[in-house]
Design a binder for this molecule. Sequence first.
Ligand SMILES: Cc1cc2nc3c(=O)[nH]c(=O)nc-3n(C[C@H](O)[C@H](O)[C@H](O)COP(=O)(O)O)c2cc1C
Length: 345
Amino acid sequence: MTKLLEPLRHPGFIDLRNRTVMSAMSRSSADENHCPTDAMLAYYARRAQGGAGLILTEGTLIDKSGDGWNNAPYIATEAHAKAWRPVVDAVHQAGGAIAWELWHMGRISHSDYTGNAPVSSTNVAAAGVNRQNNKDYGTPRALAADELPQVTGLFVDAAKRALDAGFDAVELHAGHGYLIDQFLDAKVNDRTDAYGGSVENRCRFLLELVETLTKAVPGSHVIALISHSRAMGGIYEWDELDAMIAYLVPALQQLGMGALDVSCANSNYFETSGRMVRKIRPHWSGVIMAGASLTPEEAESELDSGMIDLVTWGRAFIANPDLAEKLRDGTPLAAFEEAMRGTLV
Ligand SMILES: Cc1cc2nc3c(=O)[nH]c(=O)nc-3n(C[C@H](O)[C@H](O)[C@H](O)COP(=O)(O)O)c2cc1C
């Protein structure tokens, strides 16, 4: 493994000791105040001690209004941010970097957690059941255009808190069908105002958010996760995919953002993200991170192709806290097993 273990020095993004990234993974382990526990501290520290280049935290809710997940951590107050300081310090002491994933679930949240109807781009409920409480997704309330700056403010305040707490970067969760994606995705966004309809209108919320965010914090410390292709009972893709990429990606670049995380959630990389990074690369000279259960050889080959700069692994990092060290030594990776979801090791 050569490239995977090379440091990343890319103008406009944070320096990293190697190209391995632990994907954001919700572990439902925060305490009753939505703060990290000692077990979470040990879990993240162990991945940094095992050589991870960058750790993306589990999805962390910017506000109660975005919650639909059991024991998810929050970054809604200074107290939440302060509670993460030992985690940040432990990761830094081990030579790693850590970015906070900022999350608002939109219509995928639930009134059991929010206390109110979920908010979204639309008034139409998501199909299916929230597997956290086994209840139907509730009918959301479409945010009015003049409420959007307030939501943007929640993201910006959370990002400022994260960087003040010592995090190296923040990752805006703009994928996987959550709030920001509910604006980007034409299959969900049924608005008739300036935030729905055309490609430009559907991208407007994210672009305005990033514009405000990059005035408040350096763009070199901002990552956006997008997931325009993923498996959901077959391959699920944004409508007008190429036009969306051709408009959104250069616009994000123009705003000085540091990195894109091209995520496919739990899908086959080569059927989803692997195809998408090839569409994105011509429009984007910043850092691209992507992956999903790649073998070390596949990861190396994707880096060599120049399509991506960093490789993300999720479940392999649960099964191998020392993933980067194993790559260095050529030790085979342990396989992920479903039972591992239940404990923080
Ligand atoms: C237990 C678990 C929790 C996850 N939680 C999140 C999350 O909070 N935020 C997110 O962006 N993706 C989340 N994901 C998706 C992962 O970040 C990653 O995209 C996915 O696991 C595919 O990578 P892998 O095949 O290497 O595991 C989660 C995945 C798993 C397995």
